[in-house]
Every structure is written in C-alpha cells, then in structure tokens.
Design a protein around this ligand. Structure first.
Ligand SMILES: [Zn+2]
Length: 288
C-alpha cells in the first residue's frame, strides 16, 4: 500500500470498494472475467481489518458498524429531490462487507429510495415494481446499444415525475437481472457517459471507468435534478469510507486494465487464446 500511495494516488482515484453496476458505456465482460474480477476485489477486501467474521452492532442510519459510523458525513436532512430511485439489489449484494446502498438511502427521503432484493421479479409478486416499470416516466440505468445518454434525456422536460431503476450487483448479476426479467425492459434504457464525474470515479474492475451503484445514483440524480450539490453530498460518505479504509491498512486496488498497462500484472497470463485476446484489447483501450 505504501508504494501505491507514494505514487501520489488517492483513494478516490484508484481504490475499489464496489463492483461495477449500471454504469458507463463499457461492454459487459464475460462471466469468467467477472468471476476473476470479483475474486480479485474480494481478495482486496480480505485485508480490511474491520467487519470481518463477527457482525458488530450496526448504526441504524448508515448501516455501518457503530465504531466506523459514517453519519457525520451524511447530510443533516435528507436531500430534497423529486426523482425517485428504485434500487434492484442482487441478494449477494446485501451481505457484502462494504455496502453503499444504505449510505445512499440515508441521504434521501424514504419515499425517494426504495430497495428491492431478489433475482426474479414477476408482475404478480412485485406489483409496485411492475407498475413503476410501466410508468412512462420511468428509466432504467443499464448500459447497452439501445441505451440513451441520461444527460440528454434529463434535458428534455417531462410531464411525468421521474423514477430511475438501478441494478445493484456485479456485472454478471446485473446482466442476469436485466435480461431475465422482462419487466426491466419496459422502461426507457439509459446510461451514463463515464466522463461525467470522472473526478469522483472509484476505479474498479474490470476497467477504470466503472462506477459503483452509489456513484451512478449520485450522478443520475444530479443530472435529473440539475443540481451538482446532490452529487457532492451523496459521494461524501463514500469518500470518507475510502479514506478511512486506506488509513486502516486497506490496499489501493487497481483494475486489471491499470495493472496490465503499467506492467504490474503479476498473475500468469492466460493460455486460452480468447482470454489472451481480451486482455490485449483491455491494454489497447478497446472496449470489450
Ligand atoms: Zn451511522
């Protein structure tokens, strides 16, 4: 870690506490790549001295262990927003060590941030979610060829109150949730251009341009509400969390892209030609 920090890199630019979700324009990696990415992130997390094994008493507001409560970094009052967020969370995400959705929820009024946990969402079992998906004002944040740029969508005045659905999970979990639930293909699909908010990007696997769920939400809300203060406010607890973890011995986590480009990739190169090709593309900045 010391070496990494000597290079002048900070938690905000190079660490990864989150796996990518509904972000950017990067194409979805293959499953094996994702598993590797997840494994790598988990390995990074294993050095964290906090929250291992035993669940300590948690703060009711931020969901963090009481000793490392992030409430001082949360807004005194929930942000005043008209856009509503529906977070669709993969069950594995709920039990992850570093969860950011509770931080997001703590920044917003209760009725503006709803979390649904699961993998399959049928009309019968989730009538509220189904109704939201059918609402003309609803958008789903998921990158792809059909996805419009949220920045452009936000500029067009709408007669409907806006709801944004964000899928919280790893790439493969998000892909599974998006494609296997027909409900989620009803809303207009949007994506964030990754240049937005690049100063805040927490770099992560598999490329340097993926945003965490909390970051996606912060950027999306700021665009919809036309208020940059919202983004700053939501990102504040995340920045505090990252710097806290770094101060307590967590390693700066580089993306595979960064490691390959800087000759720091220390794992054996794959023998499989397809995988090798993918890594080549990653180094050459080609979207894979
Ligand atoms: Zn707290």
């Amino acid at each position: 870690m010391a070496n990494d920090m000597e290079k002048g890199e900070t938690a905000e630019t190079e660490s990864a506490w989150e796996l990518p979700s509904a972000c950017g324009t990067a194409a979805l990696p293959e499953d094996d790549e994702e598993e590797e990415a997840e494994e790598s992130v988990l390995r990074g997390l294993s050095v964290l001295p906090v929250e291992r094994c035993i669940r300590r008493p948690e703060c009711a507001r931020c969901g963090r262990p009481q000793k490392v409560c992030l409430c001082p970094f949360l807004p005194a009052h929930p942000l005043n927003v008209t856009t509503c967020l529906y977070i669709v969370q993969h069950p594995a995400e709920e039990s992850r060590v570093l969860r950011t959705v509770p931080l997001l929820a703590a920044c917003l009024p209760q009725d503006k941030c709803k979390v649904f946990i699961g993998r399959r969402f049928s009309e019968d079992r989730y009538p509220e979610l189904a109704a939201v998906c059918r609402n003309p004002g609803t958008l789903i944040l998921y990158p792809g060829m059909q996805a419009a740029n949220l920045e452009e969508v936000a500029c067009v005045p709408s007669q409907f109150p806006c709801t944004i659905i964000i899928i919280d999970g790893t790439w493969s979990q998000a892909k599974d949730i998006f494609y296997k639930n027909s409900l989620f293909r009803l809303p207009k699909q949007v994506q964030l251009k990754t240049s937005i908010s690049s100063q805040y990007v927490i770099r992560t696997q598999p490329t340097n341009t993926c945003l965490s769920t909390l970051e996606c939400a912060a950027v999306a809300l700021a665009l919809m509400e036309k208020n940059d203060f919202i983004e700053e406010t939501i990102l504040r607890p995340l920045q505090a969390l990252c710097s806290f973890q770094l101060q307590h011995g967590a390693q700066v986590h580089h993306s595979k892209e960064h490691l390959l480009k800087n000759g720091l990739y220390d794992k054996p190169m794959p023998k499989n030609k397809r995988k090798l090709k993918k890594m080549e593309l990653l180094v050459n900045n080609v979207k894979i």
